[in-house]
Design a binder for this molecule. Sequence first.
Ligand SMILES: Nc1ncnc2c1ncn2[C@@H]1O[C@H](COP(=O)(O)OP(=O)(O)OP(=O)(O)O)[C@@H](O)[C@H]1O
Length: 576
Amino acid sequence: MFAAGDLTEIGEKGVNLSGGQKALFGNLWLAHWAERNDKSNAGDDTVSAYFLAVYGALAAGSATTMAASMLVLWLRCSYSASQHTHQKLVRGIIRSPVSFFDTTPVGRILGLFGSDQTLVDEGVPAAAEAGLKAVSQALVSLVLITMAMPAMLVVLIPLGFVYANLQSRFIPIARHARGSVNTARNIGISSIDEALDGAATIRAYKRQESFERAFSTCTESYARAWWTFLCPNRWLATRLDLLSAAIVCTAALLQVTMQYVFNGASSSYAGLSLTYALAIVGVLNTCLRSTMMVELSLISVERIRQYSLVKPEAESAVAGCRPTELWPEHGALEFVRYSARYRQDADLVLKDLSFRIEARNKVGIVGRTGAGKSSLTLALFRIIEAASGKILIDGRDTAQYGLQDIRSRLSIIPQDPLMFAATVRENLDPLGDYTDQQIWSALERVRLAEPVRSKGEGLEYGVAQGGANFSVGQRQLFCIARALLKRTRILILDEATAAIDSSTDAVVQETIRREFGECTVLTIAHRLDTIIDSDKVLVIDNGSVAEYDAPETLLADWSSMFSLLVAEARAGATAA
Ligand SMILES: Nc1ncnc2c1ncn2[C@@H]1O[C@H](COP(=O)(O)OP(=O)(O)OP(=O)(O)O)[C@@H](O)[C@H]1O
């Protein structure tokens, strides 16, 4: 559905042209040879050998020049340009802030790495190669035709203006149509991506038909856009054919007139100039198309450049301001009048938060849906940055350090535990920092050693995409094992027990209590019973601190928000 045929077309034309270009000097030499034979009427062997040798040298020279120019264009220029733009794009996208991903559709990002990068890899060099060859061949053909018949200038000059006029009308329309093709393709890719992501939900709610309809609409829009792109091409092809017919007719008429009226034309050069006049339509067509393709490919280059320049997150490490190896030694955490928002123009989601969590305390964070619990976690990892106020860890403002320095000192067990399609070892220790013994010890402590051993391949066992060959509970235990390996002082559990059954939950809770007794643990809780024995409970409401105290104190006040949430949770459990 989403193939780009015009590049191949240009590539093929480029190959054909290269043949014609290579033959040009050879053909001129052959014409000169025929002319000489005509005049001397003789086939002297020494003279023939001389002409053959020069012809051979011309062919060899032409082939060498061609190979050298291909090497320079494709290996030197094109390869390094592709590598450079791709690296800048990857760096730019990976280091973009979360607001960029909120506002940029995934189809557009995929389009950047797909069609745009392909155009940079293949489109620019193919079009530049075809264009350079076509322009040089057009010039040589015109010079040759004019040399053989100077009178052709009278026709060629006005036809040149007609050609320029065609070009100025064709390129903007084709460029616009091509832009619509790209947009329609990106929308199509987004819709496929969305359907793949939500395949299970779509089937569960029997919404296949509406998604099929939506996809058909995308396909039709793409076909319509592609058709709109083809029409100006047909329009151009017809006019170029007419232009070429005018050149060939005039050349032929002038030849005949000179031959019979003035008796002064050289038949070998006349034949050659007619051959080039016949071929000129292809040459002119390629000139136009490759100019357009270069322009279109450069739009992709420009788009990639724009996305490479998106304002990145903060530095990963600030030179001269690095935390010590052991920081944070205690794990005390303090929010000081902290506010944050997701985007520059958006409302504050965390408002003027001020609270302190002592080292080694276990704090439960609760609140209604949308209150700002997950945003608090993102703020700790500086995935969203402070609009005002600060976060102190062991008395140090986290804003002064680089992102990598902060993020490597905190551990998180997310609600949806993430695993990569890689080996168990790579999932636990992607940077290769730990020994096998340390990894097995972490697995033992979270009771995953036996399940992993039973797979037969030990740490080399392959984890499927998204960790599909492990249960959700096991994936969470893997995340705990990661945190154990990192040995950080602060652990954040983001509703870690929301998606698992109560027996696995018990294992997870027991492991956390046993293994992270010396750490500060922040638990964003759905099941309020998991935080009832915490040192303190932080109740967030609409982005602000509503209550912050020991759970027994909050429960003693029946009008407190926490008591209300617990009562609601119990009523919900009884009803279920
Ligand atoms: N990526 C985002 N861009 C803009 N606003 C967001 C984004 N994520 C969350 N919000 C907004 O921030 C506010 C707090 O959301 P948050 O996810 O932190 O709530 P929560 O308490 O964790 O909710 P839940 O319990 O449902 O997970 C909400 O108003 C939400 O609409």
